[in-house]
Design a protein. Structure first.
Length: 175
């Protein structure tokens, strides 16, 4: 089924494991996550969850988002400033996060970033768990988070990657 042309209705009725993107009639597999990807995804969600009350920001893991009439994307994590009532998001999240897997290719990731930005997502964060580098994409700029801080404005949210990675390291050393 993956790679074949299907209708939007068929895509929405089908359960994929893991979930897939839908781009102009084609169901596209997302790269399978490895442990470092999954752990980082979980830690980021936990980081937002523990600050949810103060930040009034809600994190969702692998949430389907309709970014265009014939395009659905499933970011690794997205963050909304209000809790959505819809099962499939039709309103741009505040942040979409993509965590790179070893098989990810720049063209494919850039297509996803472009879809999010065209849809109106103000911030797209791309994180490489192996190199521990991250980039912030907005409508106006691309910047590497050289200080290890992923930041937004209006509201100001700051995620400390060194803190996230330290937490991951602590878990690894406990095992």
């Amino acid at each position: 089924m993956v790679g074949a042309l299907v209708s939007i209705d068929e895509y929405l009725r089908t359960t994929y494991d893991p979930d897939c993107d839908y781009v102009d009639g084609e169901v596209l597999e997302r790269n399978m996550a490895e442990r470092d990807h999954g752990e980082l995804q979980f830690e980021l969600a936990l980081y937002f969850r523990t600050r949810q009350r103060d930040w009034k920001a809600y994190a969702f893991i692998e949430q389907r988002i309709q970014v265009a009439p014939t395009r659905f994307r499933v970011p690794d994590l997205c963050v909304c400033l209000e809790r959505p009532n819809e099962q499939i998001f039709h309103t741009p999240p505040f942040i979409c996060v993509e965590i790179l897997s070893p098989e990810d290719r720049i063209e494919r990731i850039q297509d996803r970033i472009d879809d999010y930005l065209r849809f109106g997502v103000p911030y797209v964060w791309v994180i490489n768990p192996r190199s521990r580098r991250a980039w912030i994409y907005t409508q106006d700029a691309i910047s590497e988070a050289k200080d290890g801080l992923l930041k937004t404005d209006n509201p100001t949210l700051t995620v400390s990657l060194p803190e996230i990675f330290a937490s991951l390291n602590a878990q690894t050393s406990e095992q």
